[in-house]
Design a binder for this molecule. Sequence first.
Ligand code: PMP
Length: 285
Amino acid sequence: MTLKVYINGTLYNKEDAKVSVYDHGFLYGDGVFEGMRSYAGSVFRMKEHLDRLWDSAERIQLEIPMTKEEMSDAVNATLAANEIEDGYIRLVISRGEGTLGLDPNKCPTPNIVIITDFITLYPEEFYQNGLEIVTAKTIRNHPGALDPRIKSLNYLNNILAKIEGLAAVCVETLMLNHQGEVAECTGDNIFIVRDGKLLTPPVEAGVLEGITRGAVMELAAGDGIQVMESRMTLDDVYSAAEVFLTGSAAEIVPVIKVDGNQIGDGIPGLITRRIADLYTQLRVS
Ligand code: PMP
């Protein structure tokens, strides 16, 4: 069966799902998006994703021409049309078709695209044995230049870091902020374990407020694991007992080496495993 893609209220076959080359999402990366997961036919934390999408849109003065309820219905209808139970959803709102200039006011109608697809997971081995990552020379965008809370279509900052990581044969890459502090990875948030406590950089360190990050913080607190937002250095990461990454697509991935430094015993730690188990239970509850 050909996958169907939602564009502005209509479902198109994947090969016919197209938007204009004059769309400012294409020309300038002017737009916002979300990446979500569905488990057993239901979207994980859809409300939180839609809230973040609307918040991102508001921060770039892009008015989404439908309600959150309509969007939620459209996402579910697209999943159903594709008979996808366990999948990945990419929700894109671009500024829309305009002229060859930056002016967003020349783009009267945003384009709304919902792609639902089967998820390509990291190999199981990464979850069992942990991941090796490196730190990029490319720093995360200065928060004063592009607010990290905006999940924008312009991912060049992250892509440049990703290219560095790939050159070191790493599927994820750590990024520092303009102050040299640990921010996040190119598409995942980072947590470390120190003295039995979970620490993750605050949004002010220049990170996206990940939905998975939020879920992990709730799960930890509910399980009696102390969790704190805290600015951290690379040395804090190198000397951590455990390190793991979180993201909608990746879920919870243990990290066992950072820039060649072994983390803890070089195997996924107990708290990481506990959080991963709790997350597995949560996503289908
Ligand atoms: N940071 C960045 C830069 C991201 O793009 C993402 C999402 N892929 C995340 C963190 C994780 O966010 P979430 O848990 O909401 O998927």
